[in-house]
Design a protein around this ligand. Structure first.
Ligand code: ATP
Ligand code: MG
Length: 366
């Protein structure tokens, strides 16, 4: 898997960009607010069909422009391919093209260009709220498993509808009528989600433990535990059993949900906890341990993609190296010797000898 070229029109602060990439390390250099992260965001968008910074595609269109046009030339699954996204400033839905052919949904992009993004916020992912950890699992799984991506999309829609009902039924009690139907379907789709997450996290944990152990000279043992709906005692059980457990939990909380006006039960509350030598990182991890653990998770994510697709995913490192001390920088740099990498950094960094250097100034490639 390789990104060869990127062409942008009216994307973020780029009026027009034509960039070519080498198979190894591509260094995207520039001062603050010049467009480095924007460039990674464009690549990630063509990879996952969404932005890692905003849920509002309109924000991606350059101020004053009507639409943004993103194009990638890439080598994937043994052949040259193209991916394109057109995003509109107004309400018009976005358009996705693969090989010049218009696609019904962005799911067509999944697996075409797999990417792993690593940014400074992720160094804190193990300390903060559960949403960021769910996002980490979901972003990876959606790229690897189209069935998961579909289930998650359906679940998100159901959750939206059910939440609206629970919020508004006071004004219109008849809204409650279809509630059991939504709950039932959410339990069915929820079972699919839990099943995929459990299996993915198990593999992620094994791979991450190896990286973490290597970095800590064998001193520290990193483990993860998946936390899902409390009635599920075995997340590896078959989907029928998972469904029954989720449904049971839902039934128990039916009244509470209506009273609270909120959707209280289901895998949208999932989380995972990390431990170093059996102590929770969240409460006891030092800054350094937390960072190393999150680096290990990211490297593990990349390894699982490589194993699964047989191709090295494109690694997008946004500003993350400058946040690390020399020892951790070297650890990361040593691990990324193979495969293609896009690294952003500021002009003063020590990384300039690594590969092709691309200087960005005010939305232009110099
Ligand atoms: P840093 O080193 O601080 O992370 P950066 O080079 O990564 O900087 P970006 O996040 O890529 O900077 O953003 C560059 C600029 O893009 C910002 O000044 C921002 O105002 C501008 N920008 C963001 N969205 C748009 C848009 N829709 N149209 C025009 N400019 C935009
Ligand atoms: Mg940036």
């Amino acid at each position: 898997m390789r990104l060869d070229a990127l062409t942008l029109y009216d994307f973020r602060n780029y009026a027009h960009l034509e960039a070519q990439f080498v198979p190894g390390v591509n260094l995207i250099l520039g001062e603050n607010a010049q467009g480095k992260t924007n460039l990674l965001e464009a690549v990630a968008y063509l990879s996952t069909g969404r932005s890692f910074r905003t849920a509002r595609p309109q924000e991606l269109v350059r101020f004053g422009a009507d639409f943004a046009d993103l194009n990638a030339e890439l080598f994937s699954a043994g052949r040259q391919q193209t991916a394109r996204a057109v995003l509109f400033a107004g309400r018009r839905p976005r358009q996705i093209y693969v090989g010049g052919v218009k696609q019904k949904t962005a799911a067509a992009l999944d697996g075409l260009l797999t990417t792993v993004l690593f940014c400074p916020e992720e160094l804190q992912v193990l300390k903060g709220g559960a949403a960021a950890r769910r996002k980490l699992i979901d972003t990876a799984l959606c790229q690897l498993r189209p069935n998961y991506a579909r289930a998650l999309a359906e679940y998100t829609k159901l959750l939206d509808s059910k939440s609206r009902i629970l919020k508004d039924w006071h004004e219109m009690p008849s809204l409650l009528e279809p509630l059991p139907e939504f709950s039932l379907r959410m339990a069915q789709v929820g079972a699919v989600i839990v099943s995929y997450r459990a299996r993915y996290l198990k593999k992620l944990a094994e791979a991450a433990a190896e990286y973490h152990s290597e970095f800590s000279g064998g001193q520290e043992r990193l483990t993860l535990s998946y936390q899902t709906v409390s009635t599920i005692d075995d997340p590896f059980a078959d989907q029928k059993t998972l469904f029954e457990r989720i449904f049971e939990h839902q039934k128990r909380h039916e009244r509470a949900e209506i009273d609270a006006g909120q959707c209280l039960t289901g895998p949208h509350k999932d989380d995972f906890e990390t431990f170093i030598n059996d102590r929770p990182v969240k409460s006891y991890g030092s800054q350094g341990q937390t960072r190393t653990a999150s680096i290990s998770l990211k490297l593990a994510e990349r390894e699982l993609m490589r194993r699964d697709t047989g191709e090295e995913p494109l690694l997008l490192l946004d500003d993350v190296l400058s946040e690390l001390d020399a020892k951790r920088q070297d650890f990361v740099l040593n691990q990324i010797r193979t495969g293609q990498v896009l690294i952003t950094c500021c002009e003063t960094d020590r990384l300039t000898e690594l590969g092709k250097v691309m200087l960005i100034r005010d939305g232009e490639l110099i």
